[in-house]
Design a binder for this molecule. Structure first.
Ligand SMILES: *Cc1c(COP(=O)(O)O)cnc(C)c1O
Length: 388
């Protein structure tokens, strides 16, 4: 590895904030009521986020994992159910199902977009399947056309894990306009953040009402007599977080515009490097918010990929290894795993096997950098690989 390879000037920081968040926090503070039942920040944020995403109803919750758990429960998932999830994803996708007592069934992903493969989903549907969970990997939508058809034919609802897809569009339609429930995360690294937080979008009033009850210990909004109508838990978001998220939402569109300008530059430069293949783009993805800048070094071993990541970090590029296949994590097998061995699942998930070993991702703040920095990144990736 060449020790003369220069580092890049610093990329923009993340999270970003300014007067919107600052005044929001003071506004929440001075309400004198800091939970959603007493204040108006959570209500306002839900309205604004629903409108921005073309949905009827939004319910803010404590985090993205809880958003998935709650929406799965609203879809009727519980003990005896199966939920189909991509094998290449952050572990919350499967953990949410498993926490409800349902079996998470991992299926393979597309080798170019890293999103769930509709043919693999079709092959995994059984009479016990209660939900199909596409993950919009790094902001790139799963094939919502094929999945919607599969859902209509099988009667199994879709739940979009949109933890990477704030502000995204598929064929000109926003997440809330795609006819299925969706779940978002506002964890520190996500495209909008309050450190932690999550949200679910619904188009159906009854589903939204059920979710509202369950996210607040089964208690109706106006209850004063401790009459808990359903089982539930406390997944309520607080007023401070919502006030920050209102500011974050106001920045989202502009940030997406910048990343949508930078990614074509970076991906073209990366594609010119021998042995590098950037994440592909289905032309039906009409707006990609770019949660991660991802590329593969196909055929690379996991060890080599990890060396590449370390070398990039040393040179000032915020690089990370791609997700480990969920079925290769001990946590996946603790409860409610399918009745298959790791090797069985690996055999039917060859793309996940390859991608989880050879994929690298860069923090989305890199795509908020200058055009020159896209050239810097590509040069460093080229240097690092040439020295391997
Ligand atoms: C971040 C993430 C989640 C979970 O969100 P948290 O807010 O961290 O609980 C779920 N799914 C995917 C794909 C994620 O990246």
């Amino acid at each position: 590895m060449s020790s003369t390879s220069p580092t890049v000037p610093e990329f923009p920081a993340w999270p970003q904030y300014g007067d919107e968040e600052r005044t929001g926090l003071i506004r929440a503070l001075e309400q004198g009521q800091w939970w959603r039942m007493g204040g108006s920040e959570v209500d306002s944020f839900e309205r604004e986020f629903a409108e921005y995403h073309g949905a009827e109803y939004a319910l803010a919750v404590t985090n993205g994992t809880h958003a998935l758990e709650l929406t799965l429960q609203v879809l009727g998932v519980g003990p005896g159910s199966e939920v189909i999830v991509p094998a290449f994803t952050f572990i919350s996708s499967s953990q949410a199902a498993q926490r409800l007592g349902a079996v998470a069934v991992p299926v393979d992903v597309d080798p170019a977009t890293y999103c769930i493969d509709p043919a693999a989903v079709a092959a995994a549907i059984t009479p016990r399947t209660k939900a199909i969970m596409p993950v919009h990997m790094a902001g790139h939508f799963a094939d919502m056309e094929a999945l919607a058809k599969l859902s209509a034919d099988s009667g199994v609802p879709l739940l979009q894990d949109a933890a990477h897809a704030h502000g995204g569009e598929w064929e000109g339609r926003r997440v809330g306009e795609l006819g299925s429930v969706s779940a978002f995360s506002f964890q520190n690294g996500k495209l909008m953040t309050a450190g932690e937080g999550g949200l679910a979008l619904f188009s159906d009033a009854e589903q939204y009402e059920t979710a509202f009850l369950r996210h607040s210990c089964g208690r109706p909004r106006t209850d004063r007599r401790y009459y808990h109508r359903t089982s539930g838990s406390n997944f309520r978001l607080n007023e401070f977080s919502a006030s920050v998220l209102r500011g974050q939402l106001s920045r989202l569109g502009g940030q997406i515009d910048t990343r949508e300008e930078r990614w074509p530059v970076l991906s073209r430069l990366l594609a010119e490097i021998p042995g590098v293949v950037p994440q592909g783009r289905d032309p039906r993805v009409t707006r990609n918010p770019h949660y991660m800048a991802m590329f593969r070094v196909p055929g690379s071993t996991e060890e080599r990929r990890n060396r590449v990541v370390d070398a990039l970090v040393e040179r000032g590029v915020p690089a990370f290894a791609g997700f480990r296949a969920i079925y290769r994590c001990d946590g996946f097998w603790e409860s409610n795993a399918p009745d298959e061995s790791v090797e069985d699942i690996a055999r039917r998930c060859p793309n996940t096997e390859a991608i989880s070993a050879d994929c690298v991702w860069l923090h989305h703040r890199t795509l908020l950098g200058t055009e020159q920095q896209m050239h810097d990144i590509a040069r460093l990736v080229g240097d690092v690989l040439a020295a391997e």
